[in-house]
Design a protein around this ligand. Structure first.
Ligand code: AMP
Length: 214
């Protein structure tokens, strides 16, 4: 099964993707996580992406398409993939479609996770991130057991630079302008399933699983 999780920053795509990927034996490919790894390793791509990410803008399509298609082409031992954060523009969607088609593959469903904007801002600006293992916490909704320390690896948590209020506003504006139109794009192709991202994490996971089977 090949899936895309679509939704604004803060909709819970990352949290849900980890769960769905584990249960369905899919490879979880998060473009944001891959870019953060590339930055940490100071690769050419990581350095090229840095300024866009810190501003809350999108990294150029050609770089992202190559990066993601390379990961998809090298999958082994999974029953498909789950894309999280990609595609994010019309050009990326078309690139993904044509490259999958050339490889004899296709998407099975695109799940759009819907959350209202006030809630997104609240979620994003309270978010804490572990730079070592990538786990995320929230100051109010899912705080770590010890303030500022990752439960899993004991390292100090940070706030992502792009989770500051100004950059969050920019990321949401970018989403509305460039990514939201993909809902209609996939709707036209009969692939779209919409679920509410508001409620308990388990409840949202269940909604996504049901949507995948619909
Ligand atoms: P995320 O963790 O998904 O919110 O991504 C963090 C940042 O990485 C975004 O604000 C963009 O700057 C960049 N990024 C992630 N995925 C993409 C993509 N598909 N296209 C362009 N830029 C991306």
């Amino acid at each position: 099964m090949n899936l895309v999780l679509l939704g604004p920053p803060g909709a819970g795509k990352g949290t849900q993707a980890v769960r769905i990927a584990r249960e369905c034996n899919l490879s979880h490919l998060s473009s944001g996580d891959i870019l953060r790894e590339e930055r940490k390793s100071k690769t050419e791509l990581g350095q090229a992406a840095q300024e866009y990410m810190d501003r809350g803008d999108l990294v150029p399509d050609n770089l992202i398409i190559e990066m993601m298609m390379d990961r998809i082409a090298n999958l082994r031992g999974f029953d498909g993939f789950l894309l999280d954060g990609f595609p994010r523009t019309r050009v990326q969607s078309e690139g993904l479609d044509s490259r999958l088609k050339a490889a004899g593959e296709s998407l099975d469903a695109v799940i759009s996770i819907e959350v209202d904007e006030d809630r997104l801002v609240e979620r994003l600006t309270g978010r804490l991130y572990c730079p070592s293992c990538g786990r995320t916490y929230h100051l109010t909704f899912s705080p770590p057991a010890r303030a500022g320390i990752c439960d899993h690896c004991g390292d100090a948590l940070i706030r992502r630079k792009d989770d500051s209020p100004e950059v969050v506003r920019q990321r949401l504006a970018t989403y509305k302008e460039q990514t939201r139109p993909l809902v209609a794009y996939y709707g036209d192709r009969g692939l779209l399933r919409t679920v509410s991202g508001v409620g308990e994490i388990d409840t949202v996971t269940q909604r996504i699983k049901e949507a995948c089977q619909a």
